[in-house]
Design a protein around this ligand. Structure first.
Ligand code: GLN
Length: 542
């Protein structure tokens, strides 16, 4: 039977609860346990799909087509276990389900209430489908004390009594701020945070305390005493240079040992961490450096491109180089010549995006890459813009545009209202709901034998994750192919362009899907490994 580890956060947000949970998952896995990570998000959106990336960060898409919190990306990268739509639930989704049930009459006669109906629904979600795992790590979004998170805290409190004895462990992640005038790390915020948690009935078993310098043993004792946590279970979590060092660092501090001890499990033998050491060494001691420009529109919040940043780093690991990222707001190119920005970089990446703002700048970035033979990687929107650029400059389709920006004289990129998922037809109304209605999740694509992309993947059948509403219009295929842009990958029915590449160019590839979502530190995605390699070759030329 699965054991449960609940991870809550206190004091402030952004302490890295997602990474801490992922790292603990990885440590348990390195001891031979099967783990699953799940996230409870207290906001009212049904999923993060409709939130702005600059507010909420990246939307992580699972194989089964769910739009989820970016922490699920960390879970996958650290444990290699693909997440599913059942691994992330929000208040909005819980309420949607409950209200639908209420309307159907499922609760006939009852008053529907937060306790027990909402908490029951949360518990059912947490407990569901865990037959094949040893540990379920459940991260609760937000910070203790948030009004909206209360039903989630209440649900995990109840589970502590309902699971068999020794079936649940509570970890609380807090912060010790350093106060320069006192010259001390302070325990008080942690004390208050635990007090808040205990007031709703949860006594943490383990405190994971973030600090920017080592925690003196006196302070550790104090937290142990005031928070009612054994001293050995007050674990310091210091900053590390790379997130992939976190499992190693937390193991050194005894996190996994304490967790097992709290469950009454013998912590011997030690976890096998060789592959983590290899990844960290690869990042710490690169043999060179390469600069890649990311021409996007959410560059103000790096979390908006979380998986992309990680995938590029993985590509760096496989080429033994450090990948330096040059963030450029695409709108700049609509006012200024891109040359001074782009002639200093060895690769140009235009990532996914939505809406017209900045699109012309992205088109100009693709043009620069094509004309100057700089490696170009267009992802989703970045592919669409590269195709528009090629249509305008190479195929003579002067008014090429995307219907995403309004009616287009030449809809080289257009809305798609029908497509096949396996053998099933999916349909959408062009003016329908925006939430959850894109082409989402894993779809297979067939790559043209002999194409560069088939060569990179080493196969002609691939499966990648999608998240888009518009498609490159295959009506323009012939003209574009004659002009030098190959449609090297198509959906299996041959209707939807999945990848394009320029023939006369060292490395110019666009993909309609999001390969960054499937890259792992141990298994860098072949497209990122190849793109970084092309950038390294370019950097030797200039
Ligand atoms: N906005 C484009 C579409 O909906 C691209 C989406 C994306 O880049 N993820 O098709």
């Amino acid at each position: 039977m699965a054991r449960y580890i609940f991870i809550t956060g206190g004091v402030v947000s952004s302490l890295g609860k997602g990474i801490a949970s992922s790292a603990l998952g990885a440590l348990l896995q390195a001891r031979g346990y099967r783990v699953r990570l799940r996230k409870l998000d207290p906001y009212l959106n049904v999923d993060p799909g409709t939130m702005s990336p600059t507010q909420h960060g990246e939307v992580f898409v699972t194989d089964d087509g769910a739009e989820t919190d970016l922490d699920l990306g960390h879970y996958e990268r650290f444990t290699g276990r693909p997440a599913t739509k059942m691994d992330n639930i929000t208040t909005g989704r819980i309420y949607k389900e409950i209200i639908a049930k209420e309307r159907r009459g499922d609760y006939l006669g009852a008053t529907v209430q937060v306790i027990p109906h909402v908490t029951d629904a949360i518990k059912a979600f947490v407990l569901d489908g865990n037959e094949d795992v040893d540990f379920v790590l459940v991260e609760i979004g937000g910070t203790v004390g948030d009004i909206e998170a209360l039903p989630f805290f209440e649900a995990i409190r109840q589970l502590g009594n309902e699971l068999p004895r020794g079936g649940a462990v509570y970890i609380h992640l807090t912060l010790m701020p350093y106060i320069p005038s006192a010259g001390e790390l302070k325990t008080k915020p942690t004390q208050h945070s635990v007090k808040e948690l205990r007031s709703i009935g949860i006594q943490p078993d383990i405190l994971l305390v973030r600090a920017d310098r080592p925690i003196p043993s006196e302070e550790r004792r104090k937290m142990s005493l005031f928070c009612n946590v054994r001293e050995s279970a007050v674990i310091q979590a210091l900053d590390v240079a790379t997130i992939y060092d976190v499992p190693i660092a937390y193991h050194k501090e005894g996190l996994d040992t304490e967790v097992l001890a709290a469950f009454g499990i013998d912590p011997a033998p030690a976890p096998k961490l060789e592959r983590w050491h290899q990844v960290v060494n690869g990042i710490r001691s690169p043999e060179g450096e390469v600069t890649i420009a990311i021409v996007g529109k959410y560059t103000g919040l790096k979390d908006a491109y979380k998986s992309l940043i990680e995938a590029l780093q993985h590509g760096g690991i496989s080429n033994r180089v450090r990948v330096k990222l040059d963030w450029i707001e695409s709108e700049i190119f609509e006012k200024e010549d891109p040359t001074p920005y782009l002639d200093r970089v060895s690769g140009i990446l235009v990532p996914g995006g939505f809406g017209e703002r900045g699109s012309e700048g992205k088109i100009l970035a693709a043009r620069f890459a094509r004309e100057h033979k700089v490696p170009y990687f267009g992802i989703c929107f970045g592919m669409q813009m590269a195709v528009i650029e090629a249509a305008r400059s190479l195929a003579g389709v002067e008014n090429a545009g995307s219907t995403e920006f309004g009616p287009a004289a030449e809809p080289v990129v257009g809305i798609m209202t029908e497509w096949l998922k396996g053998n099933e037809l999916e349909t959408r109304a062009s003016q329908g709901d925006l939430g959850g209605t894109m082409r989402l999740g894993a779809y297979t694509a067939s790559l043209k034998p002999g194409s560069r992309i088939a060569d990179i993947y080493g196969t002609t059948e691939i499966s990648e994750r999608h998240r888009h509403r518009y498609e490159v219009n295959r009506a323009y295929r012939e003209r574009l192919e004659q002009a030098g842009m190959d449609f090297s990958g198509m959906s299996p029915d041959g209707l939807l362009p999945e990848t394009v590449e320029l023939q006369d160019h060292p490395w110019f590839i666009g993909v309609q899907y999001h390969p960054e979502l499937k890259s792992r530190p141990f298994e860098p995605h072949p497209l990122f490994a190849s793109f970084v390699q092309a950038a390294v070759e370019r950097s030797r030329l200039v």
